[in-house]
Design a protein around this ligand. Structure first.
Ligand code: UD1
Ligand code: UDP
Length: 417
């Protein structure tokens, strides 16, 4: 048996690593141990409890308003000890948080090979997203096996001279997680959400460091204007626990009667509210991947994205943090049916629910066990893009989330378009 030590510390890493951990548990060739840095606390614990994961190590490094240096130093020291104690054959790290990058560095220092889940996302702008663009570039240098979620991510790695035979295109494990929770059909615990059934909902999340301060305040003012312009629409904000985020959003938004400010939702309830929403407004990475599967138009409160597939598919639009632009774009989707319909078709460029299986077969293959797995091949709807294959998906049911298990409707290979 080979031992894989899965390391993570924040909510999105936990959501995207959970399907991999569960799949390793099913492997007859691999053992898995989980270590968390605790860079997040309640957000992380929510996910571990939802997926039934009990970490063997918890560094509990979180501090109020923690600095990047604090996270780096505390996680590096703690993970060094954990890796020494566990002596794993491989460390698995996910994504681009500071925990992800530090986990890869701590493993490298002890000559333990690293598998990077969700490798190859890039904006080519070191400060957007900050510090994630540099975290993931550093992790790519430290990893021995790169699990790229999409062919575009694979191409980014190859452009950086990462050896092609060390890259496997798996699809994004977030879609595996979404399929899992979609089957659970959970009730909302917050009574305010239960009362929103049948209403139009704009779901909003925001947390990015590069948006702290003025950009986030502009977004808040835009939302306040929209809430006044559309009194019949409910603006639901599951607010990030970060006090910096709350200080920017709450003073402007909390007094408005149709703005519903709630604590961070457990992932299964968040997936459900996404499915019930009309429009999603977010700066989150994971939400940009999930909402297109649900046929929800996504307006991204950022100037760059490392996830161009949703934009190519026509369901995602970058709107930045300019107040007037946000008001205009959200207003358009709430008033213009044709514009809305053009963005509201379910597409699934990020995964097919098989990413964890491919990831674990890739890890086994790394150790000389079994064949290299098949590669995820997404198909995009929408305008032909050079080098892109296109397939439309059809939802086959009435459940909010059935489109994540969609069937191929039509396939159009447009590689030469
Ligand atoms: C982190 C990641 C970011 C990821 C995001 C997902 C870094 C540098 N940033 O950003 O890449 O997109 O998580 O949400 O790795 N807090 C709590 N409880 C929690 C979580 C956070 O109280 O469960 C508060 C604490 O005051 C903490 C602050 O939020 O100091 C910021 O947390 P931190 O992990 O530094 O940054 P995020 O903005 O959450
Ligand atoms: N999410 C959640 N509850 C919430 C808000 C978000 O479970 O109240 C999930 C969301 O579905 C996505 C992930 O958290 O899978 C995204 O986390 P976040 O936006 O914090 O990080 P990012 O993806 O931007 O790194």
């Amino acid at each position: 048996m080979r031992k894989v030590l899965a390391i993570y510390g924040t909510r999105p890493e936990a959501i995207k690593m959970a399907p991999v951990v569960r799949e390793i548990e099913r492997s007859p060739h691999l053992d898995v141990r989980v270590a968390v840095t605790g860079q997040h606390r309640e957000l992380l614990d929510q996910v571990n409890s939802l997926f039934g994961i009990r970490p063997a190590h918890d560094l509990d490094i979180i501090r109020p308003r923690q600095s990047l240096e604090e996270i780096t130093v505390n996680a590096l020291a703690g993970l060094g000890e954990v890796i020494r104690a566990e002596a794993p054959d491989m460390v698995a790290t996910q994504g681009d948080t500071t925990t992800s990058m530090v986990a890869a560095l701590a493993a490298f220092y002890q000559r333990v090979p690293v598998v990077h889940v969700e490798a190859g996302l890039r904006t080519s702008n070191s400060y957007s997203p900050y510090p994630e663009e540099i975290n993931r570039r550093l992790t790519a240098q430290l990893a021995s096996l790169h699990l790229a979620p999409t062919p575009g991510a694979r191409a980014n790695l190859i452009a950086e001279n990462i050896a092609p035979e060390t890259i496997v295109t798996t699809g994004n494990t977030v879609i595996d997680a979404l399929v899992d929770v979609a089957e659970r059909d959970v009730p909302f615990t917050d009574p305010r959400l239960r009362r929103l059934q049948g209403r139009r909902i704009v779901l909003v999340t925001a947390h990015r460091r590069e948006s702290w301060g003025r950009p986030m305040e502009r977004s808040a003012r835009a939302l306040a204007r929209l809430a006044t312009m559309f009194p019949d629409v409910y603006f639901v904000l599951p607010t990030h626990p970060n006090p910096v985020v709350r200080e920017a959003l709450l003073p402007v938004l909390a007094p408005l009667p149709n703005v519903v400010i709630i604590d961070p939702l457990p992932y299964d309830q968040f997936a459900r509210i996404m499915g019930l929403s009309t429009v999603v407004l977010t700066d989150s990475g994971g939400v940009q991947e999930e909402a297109p599967s649900l046929g929800k138009p996504v307006l991204v409160l950022r100037d760059t994205t490392e996830r161009p597939e949703g934009i190519e598919a026509g369901t995602v639009r970058l709107v930045g943090t300019d107040e007037d632009r946000i008001v205009e774009e959200v207003g358009l989707l709430l008033t213009d049916k044709a514009e809305y319909q053009a963005m509201a078709t379910a597409v699934n460029p990020y995964g097919d629910g098989q990413a964890a299986r491919r990831s674990v077969r890739a890890i086994e293959h790394f150790f000389g066990i079994g064949e290299r797995p098949d590669e995820f091949q997404p198909y995009l709807r929408g305008p032909a893009t050079r080098g892109t294959s296109a397939t439309r998906f059809r939802s086959h049911g009435t459940h909010d989330l059935t489109c994540v298990r969609c069937e191929v409707l039509a396939e159009v290979d447009q590689t030469s378009a």
